[in-house]
Design a protein around this ligand. Structure first.
Ligand SMILES: N[C@@H](CCC(=O)N[C@@H](CS)C(=O)NCC(=O)O)C(=O)O
Length: 203
């Protein structure tokens, strides 16, 4: 398999899950400003949507969208504990992925488009805070070790990656103690450390 990624972007979640499963994969870095790969290929020829992640499963067979790639990769887990194979447990993973993708990801993405004035920034922070408050409360009311059950999975990886962006946009995560505790567990995983190192995010 081959993952098209950009350092620290949402594709980092797929990179983490690739490290969790026992498959060989290649990484291809994409410049999201020029939409060229590290070898100068036109990325639109590979993924006409222009964004990362894109997963090449076989030559010419491309899967896009975080909500599709993450469960697809997770189900290749030989330990079978990254995602339940079916039933309500799997639906709960998809529920989290949908929420993170359509709500939290979008709320952060506002800060990565055209520069914002102070009013737009305040509105953007308030929306992120509204969503994080919900997530923090959901974690506090759950007995699970991770978002869905007691096993780390793709929703945890995705929440970790999105909340990394608070640092980039000068947003304060410290009120969200339960999210921070979850982030710490995720950050300690070898798969995460290796992915972040291989993307040049940590030494
Ligand atoms: N709906 C897509 C959105 C992916 C997305 O927003 N990717 C960002 C990086 S986190 C990107 O590549 N932006 C550059 C661009 O859209 O050209 C998904 O969930 O996979």
């Amino acid at each position: 398999m081959k993952l098209y990624y950009s350092p620290g972007a949402c594709s980092l979640a797929s990179h983490i899950i690739l490290n969790e499963i026992n498959v060989d994969f290649d990484l291809v870095r994409v410049d999201l400003k020029t939409h060229k790969t590290e070898k100068g290929a036109d990325y639109y020829e590979i993924n006409p949507k222009g964004y990362v992640p894109a997963l090449e499963i076989n030559p010419g067979l491309i899967l896009t969208e975080n909500v599709a790639i993450l469960p697809f990769l997770a189900q290749h887990d030989p330990k079978q504990d990254l995602i339940p194979p079916s039933g309500l447990g799997r639906a709960k993973v998809l529920e989290w992925l949908g929420y993170l993708n359509s709500e939290l990801h979008d709320a952060y993405a506002v800060f990565f488009g055209a520069p914002l004035n102070d009013e737009a920034k305040a509105k953007g922070y308030a929306e992120i805070d509204r969503l994080l408050s919900y997530i923090d409360k959901a974690i506090s009311e759950s007995d699970n070790d991770y978002l869905v059950d007691d096993n780390f999975g793709p929703a945890d990886a995705y929440l970790f990656v999105l909340t990394n962006w608070s640092n980039l946009i000068h947003h304060d995560l410290t009120p969200y103690k339960n999210i921070i505790a979850l982030r710490n567990k995720v950050a300690a995983r070898q798969s995460v450390q290796i992915a972040m190192r291989d993307e040049g995010l940590i030494p």
